[in-house]
Design a protein around this ligand. Structure first.
Ligand SMILES: [Zn+2]
Length: 289
């Protein structure tokens, strides 16, 4: 009996060590800042994890993409989202947020002060309320320290944009030591120009650009690119979408500037990493020179 018990203990210890080892291999290199552009089809969803394990999620695609985002986060052993951002009230950005809120512990929720009458938007507000959470207004000039050495600067909404929902898009600049990242939601060119007027060119310059509005030619103007000068750009869209995103003009503008372009419609999930000095990806860009 005793012997049997001992065997059992040895086996249990062996299983425990194996589990720990496998866990170590499965966990990614946690010492980097990682930016995950999750493939949610036509829509946006960007997950960010800092070296100390702080987390941020910008958008979660259409309502049907909510499950995709939840399972992606589960695969990465995430249980809390410290900062959740709904860039603007269109369903391809906020649709999956309710599913995320129902499945994870949520810290702070930022959304622009622009209401919408769609069922998806109303369901999101209801879910936020049901979970005892509240919305903090996202607007320009807010600064948040996401983690040690990692700062978030809200650049937009700059003002009231009336009923043009895309223009209300939260534009977020993230800085980690010498590296910088710009997330633009569905922002369109007229407001890109307003950002150029308001902010110092050196401040807008970013190593990484989440290309505005799924690569639509109504965004990512040459003036804006000349100022941001990204090294890496990522476009989130779906193959064969009815809008023809990403538009050829935008791809041409990016590739002419030797920017490495990644696309979720061609490559699925994209992960970009930073150690505070440089940014890289283990994947090859889809367009590069
Ligand atoms: Zn969109």
């Amino acid at each position: 009996m005793f012997n049997k018990k001992r065997h059992y203990l040895v086996l249990l210890t062996f299983i425990l060590i194996l589990t720990l080892l496998t866990g170590c291999f499965l966990l990614e290199d946690d010492t980097d800042l990682s930016i995950h552009i999750i493939d949610v089809g036509q829509g946006d969803s960007i997950f960010i994890r800092t070296p100390n394990g702080k987390t941020m999620l910008i958008d979660a695609g259409e309502p049907s993409a909510g499950k995709t985002v939840v399972s992606y986060l589960n695969r990465h052993y995430i249980d809390k989202i410290d900062i959740l951002i709904g860039t603007h009230p269109h369903a391809d950005h906020i649709g999956g947020l309710a599913e995320v809120i129902n499945n994870f512990e949520i810290g702070k929720i930022y959304m622009p002060r622009k209401i919408h009458t769609s069922k998806t938007y109303e369901k999101l507000l209801e879910t936020i309320r049901d979970n005892g959470l509240k919305i903090t207004e996202a607007k320009s000039d807010i600064t948040v320290e996401l983690d040690e050495d990692i700062y978030l600067y809200f650049l937009n909404p700059l003002r009231d944009f009336g009923d043009d929902l895309n223009l209300w898009s939260v534009v977020l600049k993230m800085e980690y030591k010498d590296t910088s990242f710009l997330f633009t939601g569905d922002l369109e060119s007229p407001v890109e120009l307003e950002l150029l007027e308001k902010y110092d060119p050196d401040f807008l310059k970013s190593d990484f650009l989440k290309v505005g509005h799924h690569g639509s030619n109504t965004s990512t103007s040459q003036e804006f690119l000349d100022n941001v000068q990204p090294i890496v750009a990522v476009i989130s869209s779906k193959t064969g979408n009815s809008y023809g995103h990403p538009h050829k003009e935008v791809i041409d503008r990016l590739t002419k500037m030797n920017i490495n372009v990644y696309r979720t419609d061609k490559q699925g999930n994209i992960v970009i990493r930073s150690d505070g000095e440089m940014i890289w990806s283990n994947q090859e860009p889809y367009h590069s020179n």
